[in-house]
Design a protein around this ligand. Structure first.
Ligand code: MGD
Ligand code: MGD
Ligand code: SF4
Ligand code: MO
Length: 889
């Protein structure tokens, strides 16, 4: 190697996906690519990364990026685009008042971006209508914290998971959605015998790993935790002194709990659980001092989300298990900067820096910002905000860093409502998200810097502020979100208040506001960072708040039993009895639950670029209990139509006995950019929780039936291809190109004709049996395979694993060419991917198990599966007994 070539510099940054907030070492290769490793020095992950974090290097290409501003579909200069935005905002404010302007922000913005957007809207434009996708994510946890603690405070930290003897996971598929924290839990089990209880109507991979799985009826969590409170009181497990000295409202909460679930038997009846399981859970909780109850979307995304949070917190307050090592309620935040959004006040019911709308708070923020148009009350929350767009009350909407046309409930109606906007602005990293494709009367797209290019801070689930650092240069004309916002502020005449030279200056102001006239009255105080010099900000190590100027940092809050209510006592909350927001009907007899898969992130604008991450679940699916499927004549892999009064989707049936009979589970990851008929958000009703306004996304009554297509097939191409209208399809990135699974009413003859048309001038190797409707085709350019297709009647739907493996090769052996035409491998194939990191398939893993690998470790030693990020270990663990049993039979 040339001695003068500099070794590439490694940059410490933070993963842009989940709220675990893992530290990442990024080593750019100088050609737009990057090597990724876990940061051993980061206290969230100590060097580990999950499948999504490990594959970050596959997602930074510029393919599909929005690189230039656009106005009404045409490329425009920044000058024109920002002028259009500022002029229209001014016009709308003059004609209809500033409160006809709304902002819809995201927990994936950096704190600095979030801070200036919130400041511009609430202090300078003067509109309260600023909400964020965090409304759909953890606003119920925020509301529960505020009701119980008087502040939105997460009391605990990740070390509590290492030090707990019992971890209760409520509505959390931690193994897939917070994988690195899940690894810490599994480590704790190995180290100290920590027990794991999982509460979820669906037996997920997390549930598979549990010591006790509680597959309760959807929406009945408040009954379970009411029953627990009653049990704690009845068995002397209540810490009476703690309750007397540090709390209020215990009697009322207990009385209510007793009216909901007076006994183990009543709890079992209300939740649909076995009495023995309920009793076992109650005994475990009562008898274990170090308990962490971690909750996420199965609790939050519920028409009773706030009550679910408080029902959990009640049990921790009753036992004094809060703010102590290894004990406390713990809200797992979803997005990388969900917590930062709360810090800046990005939700419609907050003002800024954990201040709300008490007159002295409004006045304080006004003085600090020198704000000419400070708002004085709450704005509309996401669901109501988009309803106001539909009604024409909101005339201008600026969406930043979120894809609501996919992720909002009733997403079809959301898309439709945007048409009426006088001004529709989208700050985006990608060009063709469904939200970027939607249009208002005037539509402006603003290209934002993405992960690896932008620079600022994020705060994870344990209140730890970490730096996201740039290691790639800004592509095209993309700019930092904060820079875009401050430029619009300047055009609106607010230059002086938005004259930030860099992200560090914004951070300092944010830190200063947190400390402003605080004196310990507000939990969020990072005053110690208010004067942080640029160089120290640039090099800053991860820091946990609170971090006041005077006083010390604390990993846990409330250890002293003092809370942020006026009398410093925590509040017990009397919760409501469980009831689904909407009951099932004859026409919609199923309860549709929605959520996530292991390897995709939300609307897939980033993880969808990675072939490794696209292999685990390549097709939009609906999990159905086998009994329901049998009744409806649906077999594994059939296409099924799921519908509600709000929308419909066509998804592959996945038979899963982990789903309760009568329930369905689908992912909201697919959009119009990646599939023809799989925008699951369109089906979801989204009834808001009365306290938090967070919509119910886990229980919409739905109908289910077969979606018959004559034929099914797949097509692998080097460049992306979209089938004709009327075909069902789903696209996934594959090694070396793009893969489509499709279904159609067309004949094999028509498909053969289409292939010949599509690949004119190239060599087509074809196998056709049109009488039986079978057709296979491989397209070559010289020796290079450029496309390959297989097509058959739906009942004989071809699998693509073998073709995918061949498509990834550069030089094809004659046996591979033959295999493409016969559809049969001459050597063993790998099967569907289980281990994304090492690309190890199911058949390979089953093979090594059959050959004697009897444990997760042995499987890893034999074929490397599960040895990198460990996200697939639960799947391997599940496979072991199955294969061993099959072998023994
Ligand atoms: N792989 C991956 N990881 C992610 C994300 C991603 O997109 N992909 N997104 C991140 C974000 S933003 C978030 S918010 C988190 C979400 O993380 P999680 O909350 O763990 O994920 P979900 O799949 O949305 O829902 C969790 C579980 O709630 C269950 N549930 C449904 N109804 C009920 C109920 O009534 N009671 C109970 N107890 N449970 C119920 C569902 O069956 C589901 O298994 O994940 C983060 N991490
Ligand atoms: N049915 C159903 N719906 C759900 C959920 C569910 O469980 N079920 N979960 C809800 C939850 S918890 C969440 S958090 C939401 C998530 O839903 P969304 O926020 O809509 O999903 P993302 O795909 O993360 O959208 C982020 C967008 O920002 C863009 N982007 C990336 N980086 C940047 C940047 O630096 N700047 C800007 N301006 N843009 C950027 C991405 O390309 C992408 O289009 O979905 C919610 N919706
Ligand atoms: S657990 Fe995975 S997705 Fe979450 S921050 Fe860590 S590496 Fe990123
Ligand atoms: Mo989320």
């Amino acid at each position: 190697m040339n001695a003068h070539v500099q070794a590439p510099a490694t940059v410490k940054t933070t993963c842009p996906y989940c709220g675990v907030g893992c530290g990442v070492l990024a080593t750019p290769d100088g050609q737009g690519g990057v090597g990724i490793a876990g940061d051993r020095a980061h206290p969230a992950n100590f060097g580990r990364l999950c499948s999504k974090g490990s594959a970050l290097g596959e997602t930074v290409s510029l393919h599909g990026r929005l690189l230039h501003p656009q106005v009404d579909g045409a490329r425009a200069s920044w000058e024109t685009a920002l002028g259009t935005v500022a002029d229209a905002l001014r016009r709308v404010a003059e004609r209809h008042g500033p409160d006809s302007i709304a902002f819809y922000l995201s927990g994936q913005l950096l704190t600095e971006d979030y801070y200036v957007a919130n400041k511009l809207a609430k202090g300078f434009i003067g509109t309260p209508h600023v909400d964020t996708n965090s409304r759909l994510c953890m606003s119920s946890a925020v509301a529960a914290h505020r009701r119980a603690f008087g502040s939105d405070t997460v009391p605990g930290c990740y070390e509590d998971l290492d030090e707990a003897d019992l971890i209760v996971l409520v509505g959390s598929n931690t193994a897939w959605c917070h994988p690195i924290l899940f690894r810490r839990m599994i480590d704790a089990r190995a180290k100290r015998g920590t027990k794991l209880v999982v509460v979820d109507p669906r037996r997920t991979q997390t549930g598979e790993e549990a010591d006790l799985f509680l597959g309760l009826k959807p929406g009945t969590d408040t009954a379970l935790f009411s029953g627990l409170l009653v049990h704690l009181a009845a068995t002397g497990a209540v810490d009476a002194r703690y309750v007397a000295e540090h709390t209020s409202g215990f009697d009322g909460a207990l009385e209510r709990a007793a009216s909901i679930a007076p006994s183990v038997a009543a709890t079992a009846a209300a939740t649909g659980l076995a009495e023995a399981d309920v009793a076992a859970f109650f005994a475990l909780f009562a008898g274990t001092k170090r308990v962490v109850t971690a909750f996420s979307q199965g609790a939050n995304q519920s028409a009773q989300g706030t009550d679910k949070g408080n029902a959990i917190i009640n049990c921790h307050l009753a036992t004094g298990r809060i703010g102590q090592p290894g004990a406390g309620p713990f809200s797992l935040t979803g997005q990388p900067n969900a917590m930062g959004g709360r810090e800046v006040g990005g939700l419609a019911n907050m003002l800024a820096a954990h201040m709300h709308f008490a007159p002295e708070e409004v006045d304080r923020v006004r003085r600090f910002w020198k704000a000419p148009n400070i708002i004085t009350g709450e704005g509309l929350k996401a669901v109501a905000l988009f309803e106001a767009v539909a009604r024409g009350k909101i005339k201008a909407l600026w969406v930043m860093g979120t894809n609501p046309v996919v992720s909002m409930p009733r997403a079809d109606a959301i898309r439709e409502s945007l048409r009426g906007l006088d001004l529709y602005v989208v700050s985006e990293a990608v060009a063709d998200s469904d939200t970027a494709r939607a249009v208002g009367k005037t539509t402006v797209l603003l290209p934002a810097l993405a992960w690896g290019e932008k620079d600022g801070t994020v705060t994870n689930s344990e209140r730890r502020i970490s730096r996201q650092r740039a290691f790639l240069k800004a592509p095209g004309e993309a700019r930092a979100d904060w820079a875009i916002i401050t430029d619009v502020a300047k055009r609106l005449g607010h230059g002086a208040a938005f004259a930030y030279p860099n992200a560090a200056a914004i951070f300092r102001e944010h830190a200063a506001l947190s400390a402003y006239e605080n004196n310990g009255a507000r939990d969020f105080d990072i005053g110690a960072l208010a004067d942080i010099p640029d160089a120290a900000y640039a090099g800053s190590a991860p820091l946990q708040w609170p971090l006041p100027k005077r006083g010390k940092a604390r990993a846990r809050l409330f250890a002293d039993g003092r809370f942020y209510t006026f009398d410093k006592r925590a509040r017990f909350v009397a919760v409501q009895a469980p009831a689904l927001a909407q009951a099932v009907t004859e026409d919609t007899p199923f309860v549709l639950n929605t959520g996530r898969v292991r390897d995709h992130w939300h609307t897939m604008t980033r993880t969808g670029k990675s072939q490794r991450l696209s292999a685990h679940r390549a097709v939009p699916f609906v999990e159905i209990h086998p009994d329901d499927a049998a009744r409806l004549g649906l077999a594994e892999g059939d296409l099924a139509r799921v519908s509600t009064p709000h929308g419909a989707a066509i998804l592959e049936a996945m038979l899963a006995d982990g789903v309760r009979p009568g329930n369905l589970f689908a992912s909201f990851h697919w959009s119009d950019a990646t599939a023809s008929d799989a925008r699951v958000g369109a089906l979801v009703r989204g009834v808001p929780d009365p306290v938090s306004g967070q919509p119910e996304l886990k229980a919409t009554p739905a109908a289910l039936g077969p979606a018959p297509y004559r034929s099914r097939g797949f097509l692998l191409t080097r460049a992306e291809h979209t089938p004709p209208a009327g075909w069902w399809w789903a696209r996934a990135t594959v090694e070396g190109g793009s893969g489509l699974q499709f279904a159609t009413q067309e004949s094999s003859r028509a498909v053969a004709l289409a292939m010949r048309g599509l690949f004119q001038g190239l060599e087509l190797a074809e196998y056709a049996d049109h009488a039986r409707g079978h057709y296979r085709c491989a397209v070559y350019d010289g020796n290079r395979l450029v496309a390959c297709l297989a097509f058959a009647p739906s009942a004989a739907r071809p699998a693509w694993d073998l073709a995918k493996a061949i498509f990834a090769q550069t030089e094809l052996e004659p046996s591979a060419r033959r295999a493409l035409l016969s559809g049969r491998a001459e050597t063993a194939s790998a099967g569907p991917t289980v281990c994304a990191c090492h690309g190890v398939g199911l058949d390979v893993i089953a093979g090594v198990i059959a050959a004697g690998a009897g444990s997760v470790e042995a499987v890893g030693a034999a074929c490397k599966a599960g040895t990198n990020c460990g996200s697939c270990i639960p799947e391997i663990r599940k496979l072991l007994p199955q294969v061993l049993a099959r072998n023994a039979a």
